[in-house]
Design a protein around this ligand. Structure first.
Ligand code: GRF
Length: 216
């Protein structure tokens, strides 16, 4: 089967991007990254892409009159490269309605908590772990989900728990959750590329058996 063409949106260091590139390189995922776009000029993820020979673009939101125009430019870039799947790997902007309509059920996001806990408006990056520790929950984790018009509200593909330790700091918890993010995001992309995900209402059914456990 021809590799699925993937487009990535990033805003930061790109460690999730790196995990995806490594798993594709290792033959675990039948995909090819066609384009990486960042809304942040200094996102190290752009450097990771360039080193891997992947077209990596900084597209400055300030160059557009509004969110709709900015998102239309993102769509144009992805469409020009016939991208079939969009992955938000630490992308910190909301997508427009046009973008979500254009790629309905073809946008995957990674979130550093067990949605619906510690998710939604304002919950991103280390603010999530800060609230987890402040609240005193015993279990956190990571979630991969399809993106819909809401904020972190689309159908959940995979989740994995991370036990919170009494001595945890934001950084120590973030590190353990990030390691889970790297694994389950690649697993979810593999399942998508192997056509093993079926959305039934709010649920995502994983069909058949496969070797996604081979993804570390
Ligand atoms: C991760 O914690 C992810 O959950 C959140 O932003 C961070 C991205 O990290 N959305 P990286 O840029 O992939 O290293």
């Amino acid at each position: 089967m021809a590799p699925i063409k993937i487009g990535l949106l990033i805003s930061g260091s790109g460690t999730n991007l790196q995990a995806i590139m490594d798993n594709i390189q290792g033959g675990h995922i039948n995909a090819r990254i066609e384009l990486i776009i960042s809304n942040k000029k200094d996102a190290y993820g752009l450097e990771r892409g360039r080193r891997a020979g992947i077209t990596s673009l900084y597209i400055d939101r300030a160059s557009f009159k509004d969110e709709e125009e900015y998102n239309l430019s993102l769509i144009r870039e992805f469409k020009a490269r016939k991208v079939d799947l969009i992955v938000l790997a630490g992308y910190l902007r909301a997508l427009s309605k046009d973008f979500i309509a254009e790629y309905r059920d073809k946008i995957i996001n990674i979130h550093p908590s067990l949605i619906p806990s510690f998710s939604g408006k304002g919950y991103y990056g280390q603010r999530v772990h800060e609230e987890v520790l402040r609240y005193g929950v015993k279990i956190s984790g990571a979630t991969v989900h399809f993106v819909d018009e809401g904020m972190d509200t689309g159908p959940i593909i995979l989740q994995e728990p991370v036990h919170v330790r009494d001595e945890d700091t934001i950084e120590s918890l973030r590190e353990r959750v990030l390691a889970v993010e790297h694994r389950i995001l690649s697993q979810a992309i593999k399942l998508y590329c192997d056509n093993r995900l079926e959305i039934v209402g709010r649920k995502v059914i994983v069909k058949g058996e496969g070797d996604e456990k081979g993804i570390d």
